[in-house]
Design a binder for this molecule. Structure first.
Ligand SMILES: [Mn+2]
Length: 371
């Protein structure tokens, strides 16, 4: 493990060593806690090392690095671009980016064949490794400085991706520095998420995205960057953190309503439980993570309409070995304008609303094939 991480972060250390105090840096991030915590830690590292205030650039829908994201990077005139926890960056975009700056990608999805990019991804060395991006950023930070300042942020991001159990030194670090955040709980993500103060912080940060979409993600990131301690977030001590607490209240109420609705409206198919979330909030992923624990051998598929599209989350019970990345990909096979991605144990898909029925059919067929 130690050498897997050392090998993984080495290109990141080389990249950061090449950043000089007067350089400009842009950090590009996605929308969940793992990515915003990654961005925060890298931001704080560069600030601490060189006083650099990086430009933070949020990706667009589905964490895409689009032309307009590219335009934002160009405008920032950055010498270095760091992209965190974004699974796919298009070749054309990378080619454009390479002309204006050097690039570091810190990620933990299945590795892509990127060229001329510094690439930090544990799956280059072990394709089964499940090490969230925030943890990789934490290890980078630790290479330069005592990481106590950011261990609570690293805890939030890593726990939110349900990967803290694979990162025990971080768990121990949080426990040592901020014992009250984990209490007497063992390092089991599900338990920590439900019962610990760290889990509550994770929910507060995620409520930005849940209630406010991409703008809410930016709000949560701003709060994390501003916060000198986790108490400032828990107590709502400044505008952004106060707003986040309001969002958290709203999202908790809606979450409980939907958990009840799930029991009434879920549809059991062969080996799959399917549930449509009907909500104005972006409740799909937190619900999927929570409800998957009710599954034993079944796959859980939760989907929600968002504009013209349907977004689906794939999770599985502890007794299921179905490769969800593969199932998600089969579910959208042949559906125009669709896409899918993720990990073996958690994946997602997106397609136009009008293809919902074909998608549901593909889903059942796909499960037969993947099993
Ligand atoms: Mn992640």
């Amino acid at each position: 493990m130690a050498s897997l991480i050392e090998d993984t972060i080495k290109p990141g250390i080389q990249f950061i060593n090449g950043i000089k105090p007067r350089d400009k840096v842009a950090i590009v991030y996605g929308h969940d806690n793992d990515t915003i915590c990654s961005a925060t830690i890298i931001y704080k590292l560069l600030k601490k090392l060189h006083g650099i205030e990086s430009t933070l650039i949020v990706s667009e829908l589905n964490s895409q690095v689009t032309e307009s994201v590219l335009a934002g990077i160009r405008k920032s005139k950055s010498d270095h671009v760091i992209i965190v926890d974004i699974g796919t960056v298009g070749v054309e975009v990378l080619a454009e980016l390479r002309k204006i700056s050097d690039i570091l990608i810190i990620d933990h999805h299945m590795p892509k064949g990127y060229v001329k990019v510094a690439y930090v991804n544990p799956r280059i060395y072990d394709k089964h490794a499940y090490i969230p991006a925030t943890y990789l950023c934490y290890k980078l930070y630790e290479n330069y400085s005592d990481a106590k300042d950011v261990s609570w942020i690293a805890g939030i991001g890593t726990l939110s991706d349900m990967g803290l159990k694979n990162c025990n030194d971080l768990f121990e670090g949080v426990k040592r520095d901020y014992g009250e955040l984990v209490g007497n709980n063992r390092n089991i993500d599900e338990i920590l998420f439900d019962k610990s103060l760290l889990g509550k912080l994770a929910k507060i940060c995620d409520s930005g995205r849940v209630v406010g979409g991409i703008d809410g993600t930016v709000l949560a990131l701003t709060a994390l960057i501003k916060a000198k301690s986790y108490q400032e977030i828990l107590d709502g001590r400044f505008d952004e953190s106060r707003k986040l607490l309001e969002f958290h209240n709203l999202s908790e109420k809606e979450f409980n309503r939907l958990v009840n609705d799930f029991d009434k409206s879920r549809k059991q198919r062969k080996g799959i439980v399917v549930y449509e979330v009907k909500s104005k909030l972006n409740m799909k992923s937190p619900l999927a993570t929570f409800l998957s624990r009710k599954m034993k051998n079944d796959v859980l598929v939760i989907y929600q309409k968002s504009g013209k599209y349907v977004d689906a989350s794939f999770r599985r019970g502890g007794g299921s070995k179905v490769d969800l990345d593969e199932l998600a990909s089969k579910s959208v096979a042949g559906i125009p304008g669709s896409n899918s991605g993720g990990h073996i144990q958690a994946a997602g898909a997106r397609f136009l609303v009008k293809y919902t029925n074909s998608w549901l059919k593909n889903l059942e067929k796909g499960l037969e094939q993947v099993k």
